[in-house]
Design a protein around this ligand. Structure first.
Ligand SMILES: [Zn+2]
Length: 303
């Protein structure tokens, strides 16, 4: 069975961002762990405009914890690049939440709200989650954060399309979009090295990446993330982590995301960051690129 990870779904409710041409096709999110069926009658009872106005209210400029700097950030990066790791490290450094839309969807699925039952319905019929849902969940999350006094966020997994970027543009002020990149051969090896413990669900990586340097690029070394002895004999590889599928996933990702990169590049918000290797090499350089090295030194000194 062919699985398209970035299928499109037709939305029955039309949202028209002010700057956009009319689009009634919303790209959708996939809940990967669930099996596919072909149902496509998506008509969530969610008013996107209402959701967008909530989002606007919830993200109106709150003061930044660090003078003169806002942390309304977006992380882009293809599957396997490790953006979750870097986003999460930065979020604890800056004291702003790391908001992954995939997590929001999973949390909603395990809750008992109105959205949740609609979401389950969608998932049962075709595993695609339309933009309205994501925007609505994001809006709820930012509103809750505002009530708790959060002063920024790092978005991970959104926006993935220009339409989503346009919607986001209309409702909140993104300061910076960090585009994490990794050489394709390293990326491929990392994806193929992924293992999951079938018992505890722990994530590991058995790939030891050591790419010799040449005239164009320095040596790249990324050690494996090996499981503890308890998990060793229980490791499994996800069925869709084959070379063919991973390559296809990357191809689709790039095709889909390049317009989003272009969108933010034009607005001078895009920071391209090529990961030079694993976390020990990459983290300090990323901080330098973000002009955060002082903050990190101060925090380390306190800790
Ligand atoms: Zn385990």
């Amino acid at each position: 069975m062919h699985t398209n990870h970035f299928s499109m779904a037709v939305s029955h409710r039309l949202f028209r961002p002010a700057t956009s041409t009319v689009k009634n096709i919303f790209s959708s999110y996939l809940i990967r762990s669930l099996s596919s069926s072909s149902g496509s009658s998506l008509d969530p009872e969610i008013d996107l405009k209402e959701a967008a106005s909530q989002l606007e209210k919830s993200s109106s400029s709150s003061p930044s914890p660090y003078k003169g700097r806002n942390f309304h950030w977006v992380f882009l990066g293809c599957p396997g690049v490790g953006k979750g790791t870097y986003a999460s490290r930065l979020s604890s450094l800056l004291g702003v939440p790391h908001i992954a839309t995939g997590d929001l969807v999973r949390e909603e699925l395990s809750s008992s709200g109105l959205l949740s039952s609609q979401l389950k319905e969608l998932v049962n019929h075709g595993k695609l989650v339309p933009d309205e849902f994501i925007i609505s969940l994001l809006s709820k999350r930012l509103q809750a954060g505002k009530e708790k006094g959060e002063s920024g966020y790092i978005l991970d997994g959104f926006p993935r399309t220009v339409t989503q970027a346009e919607i986001l543009e209309g409702v909140t002020n993104i300061d910076l979009v960090i585009n994490l990149k990794l050489r394709e051969e390293a990326l491929l090896a990392k994806c193929l090295g992924r293992r999951i413990c079938s018992e505890c669900g722990g994530n590991y990586n058995v790939a030891c990446i050591d790419i010799k340097g040449d005239d164009h690029s320095p040596r790249m070394y990324m050690p494996p993330l090996l499981p503890p002895p308890n998990c060793e004999s229980k490791l499994i590889t996800r069925a869709d982590d084959t070379e063919e599928v991973v390559k296809e996933r990357l191809r689709i990702y790039n095709k889909m995301t390049q317009p989003v990169e272009e969108f933010y590049r034009k607005r001078e918000k895009l920071l391209e960051f090529e990961l030079p290797g694993g976390i020990p090499e990459s983290w300090p350089r990323l901080l330098r690129a973000l002009h955060l090295e002082d903050l990190y030194d101060k925090k380390s000194a306190i800790a």
